[in-house]
Design a protein around this ligand. Sequence first.
Ligand code: SF4
Length: 229
Amino acid sequence: MAMTSPQRFAFDALGDALGASSGLLSCATAASRINVLMDQAFEYIGKDGAGIACRAGCSFCCHLRVMVYPHEAIALFRHLTSRMAEEEADGVRRRLVANAARIGELSREGRVATGLACAFLVEGKCSAYEVRPASCSGYHSLSKQQCEAAYDNATGAPDRIPVLQALRYVAGEFDAGMDQALQVAGLSGTRVELQTAVAALIRNPALIQRWRSGRDLLKNHQGTPKGMT
Ligand code: SF4
């Protein structure tokens, strides 16, 4: 079946970045290219007239569980280890390890509703903005009130938060394009939970080589739904 235009854009962006090399820099390039595509889609769909509630400094959604592609986890790891100031990186590293340990103690259901702040959240802002995962760049709420309610109650029911459907559609198509690009490159597209994955990479950077050889990034990790849940 022919690809849709958004699928083709994402397929080409990832294919160009990861086709020749699946190293750390290529993963970061892939993540930032998808962010650029997502930002363009956001502009095109019309952020001004769309009733988007997201504002700088609002970070309720950074307390949801975030599922990421392996190359996105590697891009975040690279950002942490080579792009952040040492002091800030130390704090992020500590929070990642603590969050991953906390998540590891929870049941599968409990992991949806942890209410844990993402370790990359620093003073209300994403400290890895240029390589934030597509799940983050493609998430735009239409109701701050619902985001706040989900956060306050730790209900883990982000499905009640209204989002911009047109952008959700495009994000889904980008995912489909990325899935196909990863498949063509012989790389696993099994999504992993953000905190767990980056903490695992801190403990064992050799996991990157494991993924580059065509296996899942994490051992014994059950792939779970895409996006923010
Ligand atoms: S990576 Fe950035 S945008 Fe995504 S949840 Fe973490 S702090 Fe928020």
